[in-house]
Write a protein that binds this ligand. Structure first.
Ligand code: C5P
Length: 230
């Protein structure tokens, strides 16, 4: 299990200070909408300058027509990040087109598909997708697996069912982790690290419980201690 830290702070300086404080830890840096829209490619370069070995997950959840998604995927591969994601609901043609386009890259980034956002509860999810979260997440995961993606973004509660329906090696990245009972915020399906480990989660994502803590570095240390105890 590898911790993914969400860099969702209000300025590049604050995100980079957080990254700087974590440079000796073996953690992934998650760059999402807020940071990338505001700070772009130079921010990725600044992260790599802090620690060239930081693994970077660009969380931009691509959703568009297949060719536009593949163009964007190629630009992402050129950035040199290690992982990015698309929306599974973009469909199998989009998935195939993206993976085909990346096939010429020797060290292509891992590609994950978002199944059901962890901010959805069952009722609101069904209003959009007309199926239960479990059913739809599994269906999206199978489609992603069959089209050559490396894994999915899902909640901890779907992780082991998804692996059973695809492969143990099919990666699950799960936001909504609240390691020590912190406030859920807008997340509806939150889980502990213990549950994440039990459900075979590969990448637990933690944002606010780290960066809103008075001692983010200490919080990461505590989380890594728990992870290493499994
Ligand atoms: O602050 P918190 O720990 O809830 O952060 C979760 C992070 O994971 C946020 O950056 C959010 O955008 C991202 N995310 C998510 N649900 C997904 C995909 C990404 O919460 N399905």
């Amino acid at each position: 299990m590898e911790l993914c830290v969400a860099l969702d702070l209000p300025s590049a300086e604050e995100n980079l200070a957080l990254a700087e404080s974590l440079k000796t830890y073996n953690v992934w840096m998650k760059v999402g909408f807020r940071a990338y829209i505001r700070d772009g490619k130079p921010f990725i370069e600044a992260l790599k300058k802090i620690n060239p070995d930081f693994k970077i997950f660009l969380d931009l959840k691509l959703y568009d027509i297949p060719n536009t998604m593949a163009d964007a995927a190629e630009e992402i591969a050129k950035l040199g990040v290690d992982m990015f994601n698309i929306h599974a609901s973009a469909g199998s043609v989009a998935m195939k087109t993206v993976m085909e386009r990346l096939s010429s890259y020797e060290n292509r980034p891992l590609v994950l598909a978002v199944t059901a956002l962890t901010s959805f509860d069952e009722e609101h999810f069904q209003k959009v997708y007309e199926k239960s979260i479990n059913e739809k997440a599994e269906q999206f995961a199978k489609m992603s697996y069959e089209n050559g993606l490396d894994g999915v973004v899902c909640s901890t509660f779907e992780s082991s069912a998804i692996k059973n329906a695809t492969s143990e090696k099919f990666l699950t990245l799960c936001p909504g982790i609240r390691p020590f009972g912190e406030d859920a915020g807008d997340q509806q399906r939150v889980a502990t690290l213990e549950l994440a480990a039990k459900e075979g989660v590969d990448y637990p994502v933690v944002g606010r419980p780290i960066y809103k803590d008075a001692d983010p570095q200490g919080k990461v240390r505590q989380i890594l201690d728990v992870i290493s105890s499994f």
